[in-house]
Write a protein that binds this ligand. Sequence first.
Ligand SMILES: *Cc1c(COP(=O)(O)O)cnc(C)c1O
Length: 225
Amino acid sequence: MSTIAENLAGVRARIQAAAERAGRRGDDVLLVAVSKTHPPEVVREAMEAGLTTFGENRIQEAKAKIPQLPGSLHWHFIGHLQTNKARDAVELFEMVQSVDSARLAAELNKWADRAAKTLPILLECNVSGEHSKFGFKPDEAMAALPEINRLPRLEVHGLMTMAPFFEDPRDTRPVFRALRELRDRLQQQHGIPLPQLSMGMTNDFEVAIEEGATIVRIGTAIFQG
Ligand SMILES: *Cc1c(COP(=O)(O)O)cnc(C)c1O
């Protein structure tokens, strides 16, 4: 088994190569290391290898883990968030990538206001149809964006999606392309800049970068590769 540092070097090289194929810079893609299920010691090893931004998908786990690690790290929430956990999410996370309803957005705004914070968010979108349970369908995102964008304590930075798993990562390309095209339509329709596209995981991050990902969320290739 290789070390996190070795895995990370390989992942970074692949990010760089994919970005270059798309005429972009590797530095323009934010790598979020998905540390779910891994204990604080493992996150510390990843930190020592140079990682600074981590993703978690469960509040309970994050509540136990994040306070044990240096305050200099950046944490993104990437899982399904119940509205009754919005308060914890505001306290623990710098960004919530997985906002999937207007109700959740309103709740996050409420707690961000009480904490006198501004919270960057992404809207999770389901562009692949039946595959994913959570996320706005394209027409729902179109309808909900103006209302969410008006919430004073939230900043909508872009969109996030979970692609269905395909054996051949090239099969995910239409999903990533659909998210980018949805982003373009939302920007055009509402005049709201949405620069961030969070798409791509271990199995398919290179295709996602080729299709315009600005954030990739990678767990397995870093922690188990
Ligand atoms: C677990 C998870 C990832 C990372 O998946 P890997 O295949 O391990 O890279 C990315 N995004 C979300 C939302 C996840 O839950």
